[in-house]
Design a protein around this ligand. Structure first.
Ligand SMILES: [Zn+2]
Length: 406
C-alpha cells in the first residue's frame, strides 16, 4: 500500500506550451491595438547584454554569475536573436514583446540539477521531483507548469500530487518582470523590453489549461488500464501516465497552432479575441496575477482534456507517441476522430482557446501598462534586493553605490 501511494505521488506533468508561433502571435495581436498609446512602435537601440551587466554589482556582473543568480542554465546564450531580428540595430518594443516571448523555451530552465557523491543527478529545487525528468527538454516543466492547491470545491481540476500548489511559473513571471524593471532603471531599454517578453512567456503558458493542471481522476483511471495493458513493458508506471497526458497536451497545442482545413476560421476568431484596448489597472504583483490566471485556466482543464479525448483517435491513449516537434511532427488532422460527437468537442476546444486568448490579450496589455506606470519608482538597489528575495539568494550582492565595472 505504501509503495502504491508513493508511486501515486509521482504522477508526472506533461510539458510544453503554446506552440512557438502562437507565443509570438499572442503578444502581437494583444498589443497592436495599443501600440501608439503605449508607444510600442518607437525603435530602441539593440545593445549587448554586456552593456547591462557592466552596470550591475560585481557579484552578478558577468554572464555566468548573472545566469547563476537567476537560477538558469549558464550554458544557454540568452542573447541569441530570433531570425526575424538578426543583425538589426534597432527594433520596436512591440517586435521584442511578441517575438521574444519564446525565449524561456531556449533551454535556460532545463538540466538544472545537482549531483550526488556518485555523480547521479539530484533535484536542486523543491518542486522538480514532482515533474519527473531532471535532464533534457522535459526537465523545464517545473518552471512552465503550475498546479493550484487541491480544493474540495474543484476536485477534478485540482486533482494530483502533491496536494499543495506545485510549479514555479507564477514566480518566474514575477522574476523576469522585476528584472525588466531593473534593466529600464539602468537605462537598458532593449533588455527591459526583452525581459518583459520573457515574463510574458510564463503568463502565456499559464493561460493554457494543460499548464495549470496535472491529471483528472478519469484520466488517471485510463492510465491504470493502459499501464496494465501495455504500459508495464513499455513505459513503466509513472511513464504510462506521463505518456497519455503528453499525447493529449501535444495534440492540443499542435492542433490549435495549425488547424488545417475547416477549423482555421475558429482559430482566426481566437486570435481576434486577443485584440482589444482594455486592460486592468492598477494590478497587484505579477506573481499574484499569474496565480489568478493559473486558477482560471485550471477551471477549464478537465473539460479541455475531455474534449480532446472525445475529438481524437483512441490511439492517442495507446502506446504510440504523438510528436509535436519538428522535424517529424505529426499532422494533428490524422488523429481527429470525426464521429457524431466530433463537432461539439471541436467547438469546445476552440471555445476554451478563444476564452483563454481573450484573457491573455487583456493581461498582456495590463502588464505593459503596469511596467510603464512603475518605471522610475524603485531604485536599482531596491530592485536587486527584491530579486534577491524572489531568487532566495542569500548573499547580499550590493557592495557599493557605484557599479564596480566603471
Ligand atoms: Zn513554456
Amino acid at each position: 500500500m505504501t509503495k502504491f501511494l508513493l508511486i501515486l505521488l509521482l504522477f508526472p506533468f506533461s510539458l510544453f506550451a503554446w506552440n512557438g508561433s502562437d507565443h509570438q502571435l499572442i503578444g502581437k495581436h494583444a498589443l497592436e491595438p495599443v501600440k501608439s498609446n503605449f508607444q510600442l512602435g518607437i525603435p530602441v537601440q539593440v545593445t549587448p547584454l554586456s552593456a547591462l551587466l557592466k552596470k550591475l554589482p560585481a557579484g552578478i556582473g558577468d554572464i555566468w554569475h548573472f545566469s547563476n543568480w537567476l537560477g538558469i542554465d549558464p550554458g544557454i546564450d540568452i542573447e541569441e536573436p530570433v531570425p526575424e531580428l538578426m543583425g538589426k540595430e534597432t527594433v520596436t518594443p512591440i517586435e521584442v514583446l511578441s517575438l521574444y516571448a519564446i525565449d524561456p523555451d531556449d533551454g535556460r530552465d532545463q538540466n538544472l540539477f545537482d549531483r550526488d557523491e556518485k555523480g547521479k543527478p539530484i533535484a536542486r529545487y523543491a518542486d522538480q521531483k514532482w515533474f519527473g525528468a531532471l535532464e533534457g527538454p522535459n526537465s523545464q516543466a517545473f518552471r512552465h507548469i503550475e498546479k493550484p492547491p487541491f480544493s474540495f470545491r474543484k476536485p477534478r481540476s485540482t486533482f494530483g500530487f502533491p496536494f499543495r500548489a506545485v510549479g514555479e511559473a507564477s514566480k518566474r513571471a514575477e522574476i523576469w518582470f522585476q528584472l525588466s524593471q531593473l534593466a529600464f532603471e539602468l537605462g537598458e531599454d532593449y533588455w527591459g523590453w526583452r525581459f518583459l517578453a520573457n515574463s510574458f512567456h510564463y503568463l502565456q503558458d499559464l493561460h493554457n489549461p494543460y499548464h495549470a493542471g496535472q491529471i483528472t481522476p478519469e484520466m488517471a483511471f485510463k492510465g491504470f488500464r493502459a499501464w496494465f495493458e501495455w504500459g508495464r513493458q513499455q513505459e513503466g508506471f509513472v511513464g504510462t501516465f506521463a505518456h497519455l497526458i503528453s499525447n493529449s497536451h501535444r495534440f492540443f497545442e499542435s492542433y490549435v497552432a495549425n488547424p488545417r482545413g475547416h477549423d482555421e476560421g475558429l482559430k482566426q476568431q481566437a486570435l481576434l479575441a486577443l485584440e482589444g484596448r482594455d486592460f486592468q489597472s492598477p494590478l497587484s504583483s505579477v506573481q499574484k496575477l499569474a496565480e489568478e490566471i493559473r486558477d482560471q485556466s485550471n477551471n477549464f482543464f478537465p473539460s479541455l482534456l475531455d474534449a480532446v479525448t472525445e475529438a481524437t483517435d483512441p490511439r492517442l491513449l495507446g502506446p504510440i507517441t504523438y510528436n509535436s516537434d519538428d522535424p517529424g511532427a505529426d499532422n494533428p488532422e490524422q488523429f481527429l476522430r470525426k464521429r457524431d460527437s466530433f463537432q461539439q468537442a471541436n467547438q469546445k476546444i476552440f471555445r476554451i482557446t478563444h476564452g483563454r486568448f481573450a484573457s491573455a490579450g487583456s493581461i498582456m496589455r495590463s502588464v505593459v501598462k503596469k511596467s510603464l506606470d512603475e518605471r522610475g519608482k524603485k531604485k536599482t538597489e531596491e530592485l536587486i534586493q527584491q530579486l534577491n528575495q524572489l531568487l532566495e539568494y542569500e548573499t547580499i550582492l550590493l557592495d557599493s553605490e557605484s557599479p564596480p565595472h566603471q
